[in-house]
Ligand binder design. Structure first.
Ligand code: MN
Length: 340
């Protein structure tokens, strides 16, 4: 009797692992100075090891699994080999980068849609999935990115009804942010206040992806959070300063809680991100502008057209070269033009 109740208590728990915005791709971002592919492989391996060690019931991904609808399969194939080692099913909401033109209707012809067809990932939508284990019944829903998200009432995208379960978790790929962040970032084209979403939803946890910086809002017993992108792609100072992490949700003893796990393999931002490419791009832009300005003055002041023959004719006329020199120049010009 005592032993059986102990066992029940011990078993009465369920864990989930959540990570987001992996942006898997075949090329390295310009801001990265390290062996990017090796860094991504190490991160994914650590996440898989953690999920398997914790014996999670499901792994959740908040979208932008891929950086492109059809990323390079050589590199991404290596990443997927690692992700296949999750012992628990991998649930994903499609992010804007996973689809063409940010349009979820294009998913069937994307890599994410293909993986879902093959049964290698499961796409989460508003149709609830119920996970049961250790005396816990958990409701899982998702909302992928679409053109109207964050441009309408939060209800249809961020609010779910909690039905016939102990805990409800909703995963969404959209610009869900704390009010304080929205008011300090007026450049955002559209955003939804996490506080409003929490008021509207029945979910215990609302897990967001899309914004790459981490945040968390708690109202009453409900939590909305974004652990931040798993992979740092830009050299924004905030990106350099943060450590990529995942979230572990634990349902136990009648309650649900979460903790962040920072990736051990993630190196300090200064070691893997550089702003040098931004400086290089600025210098390139300046020299391009200078070149175009020079070209414009060259055209305007000296030559009406840029046809090589016309320019050469003009130059010869001004130089006052004799007929022999001119003939030789035209001969050489012809040779140059006709050679590949
Ligand atoms: Mn993203």
């Amino acid at each position: 009797m005592f032993i059986s109740s102990l066992c029940t208590k011990e078993k009465s728990e369920m864990r989930l692992l959540y990570f987001t915005d992996t942006h898997l791709r075949g090329t390295a971002p310009a801001a990265r100075t390290d062996d990017f592919a090796a860094a991504v492989r190490a991160k994914l391996s650590e996440v898989v090891r953690l999920a398997n060690e914790l014996k999670v019931s499901a792994v959740l991904h908040g979208g932008d699994l891929f950086d492109l609808p059809e990323p390079g399969l050589g590199q991404v194939g290596e990443y997927l080999e690692i992700l296949r080692r999750f012992r628990a099913p991998l649930y994903v909401v499609p992010g804007n980068h996973d689809a063409y033109g940010h349009n979820p209707a294009t998913l069937p012809r994307t890599l994410l849609g293909f993986l879902a067809r093959m049964g290698l990932v499961r796409l989460l939508n508003r149709e609830p999935v119920y996970l049961e284990g250790g005396g816990v019944r958990l409701q899982l829903t998702g909302q992928g990115y679409h053109a109207g998200i964050d441009r309408r009432d939060p209800g249809p995208d961020y609010a779910v009804e909690k039905r016939d379960c102990d805990f409800a978790v909703h995963v969404a790929h959209g610009m869900l942010l704390p009010r304080s962040v929205i008011s300090s970032a007026p450049f955002l084209p559209a955003a939804t206040a996490a506080e409003e979403a929490l008021e509207a939803t029945g979910a215990d946890y609302t897990l967001a992806g899309h914004y790459h910086m981490p945040w968390e809002v708690r109202i009453g017993g409900k939590v909305a959070l974004n652990p931040g992108a798993l992979v740092r792609l830009s050299a924004h100072p905030d990106e350099i300063a943060r450590t990529p992490r995942v979230v572990v949700l634990e349902c136990a003893g009648g309650g649900v809680s979460h903790r962040y796990v920072a990736l051990e393999c993630a190196r300090p931002g200064e070691e893997v991100l550089s702003r040098a490419h931004l400086d290089a791009a600025r210098v390139r832009e300046e020299s391009r502008a200078a070149f175009l300005a020079g070209l414009e003055s060259f055209r305007g002041e000296r030559f009406a057209v840029m046809e090589p023959e016309e320019v050469l004719r003009e130059v010869l006329a001004r130089a006052g070269a004799g007929p022999e020199v001119e003939a030789e120049i035209w001969r050489r010009f012809q040779v140059r033009v006709s050679s590949p």
